[in-house]
Design a protein around this ligand. Structure first.
Ligand code: FES
Ligand SMILES: [Fe+2]
Length: 368
């Protein structure tokens, strides 16, 4: 699991009047809104004696620990210790890590790492379609997987399983056309064009109203970003029926992943089709789960020679290489050592304030 990266921590609508507790990179976090209604993300573990702040309350724009009532402000510092009284001097160590937060696409993004703002990788803007309600109808889906994030991410980049695993892929040829993979600053992109005629019998074509814009060729653009753990699939079909499948993955721990999906379509734009569209997407994801839940080893191997890559696996291989490279640059958690230590010691993801020094109660996660 990579630190110094942006991860979706919640839907914006999850963070309302009470603390929202969530687990990312095998550590716990609490989200709440301060008095300015801005979302704050703190390490969940109280620096007093280990209470879970996410199980506490929102009070005076702060979060209150449910055990002895210490109140934490937006910067993670304790602002009130009830047992010492309101005028007591608060010890400097009485603080937890506070992480940078950005709201985008109705999602709460948190930067889990200690890089100062100037050095931080920027979340790539891969979704200019968001908010364009004239062209697109959007649905939102969230799903938890019992798989390692790398296994899921590679599955989303993998086109050679579609003909076999998916009911929507039954008409596809198993033989793959190979398209060059381009490396980008944040990951990889694979532009593809197909010359075939639109499939008149596809469910979409049958159910959809007549498309306005038809093209000679269909194009599919796959963009995979390690930064933000995003995968976007833009399908502009010769039939004129277009869709965009956008995914962001957040590792919960080594073998569980939270998946945020935004789906855009330019057909069946009426809201009454939303539920059936979501069911169709979820059905497809379940078809993946029925296969990838059983992959061995559970985590993506770090050695390429532990698996066989053939030419059609190019996108997955390029993505894995990029993830390993950025993981080395940004920092990768040593899960073995973390697991050993974490039974009797709280380990947290370092936040930017750690670079300013000072004394902290909790140690940070060991890195490879
Ligand atoms: S454990 Fe949080 S206030 Fe005591
Ligand atoms: Fe799939």
């Amino acid at each position: 699991m990579i630190i110094n990266n942006w991860y979706v921590a919640a839907q914006s609508s999850d963070v309302v009047d009470f603390p929202y507790r969530t687990r990312m990179l095998s550590c716990d976090f609490v989200l709440f809104r301060n008095n300015d209604k801005n979302i704050v993300c703190l390490s969940d573990v109280c620096c007093h004696r280990g209470g879970s702040l996410g199980r506490g309350a929102c009070l005076n724009g702060r979060v209150q620990c449910p055990y002895h009532g210490w109140e934490f402000g937006s910067d993670g510092r304790v602002e009130l210790i009830p047992s010492l009284g309101p005028d007591a001097k608060i010890p400097r160590r009485a603080r937890v890590d506070s992480y940078p937060v950005e709201e985008r696409y109705g999602l709460v993004w948190v930067f889990l790492g200690d890089m100062p703002e100037a050095e931080r990788p920027a979340l790539p803007e891969l979704l200019p379609e968001y908010g364009d309600e004239t062209t697109w109808r959007m649905t939102r889906l969230q799903r938890d997987w019992n798989v390692h994030w790398g296994r899921l991410k590679e599955n989303l980049a993998d086109a050679s399983h579609l003909f076999l695993v998916h009911s929507f892929g039954k008409h596809l040829s198993p033989e793959m056309e190979i398209f060059p993979v381009e490396e980008t600053e944040w990951g990889v992109r694979i532009p593809q064009t197909y010359g075939q005629k639109p499939d008149e019998n596809s469910q979409t074509a049958v159910n959809a109203p007549k498309a306005k814009v038809q093209r000679d060729k269909s194009s599919v653009l796959i963009e995979i970003s390690v930064i933000g753990m995003i995968q976007k699939n833009t399908q502009l079909m010769s039939s004129g029926y277009n869709q965009i499948i956008w995914n962001a993955l957040t590792p919960i721990d080594e073998t569980h992943t939270r998946h945020y999906n935004l789906h855009f379509r330019n057909f069946q734009m009426d809201a009454k089709h939303d539920e059936s569209m979501k069911k169709t997407i979820d059905w497809g994801l379940q078809e993946d789960a029925d296969v990838i839940d059983f992959l061995q080893p559970p985590m993506t191997p770090r050695n390429f020679s532990d698996e066989m890559f053939i030419e059609p696996d190019g996108p997955e291989k390029a993505y894995r290489e990029k993830a390993l490279k950025l993981g080395r640059e940004l920092g990768t958690i040593d899960w073995r050592r973390k697991r050993d230590i974490a039974m009797e010691k709280t380990l947290v993801i370092p936040s930017p304030a750690r670079r300013e020094g000072g004394s902290w109660l909790h140690d940070t996660v060991p890195l490879l």
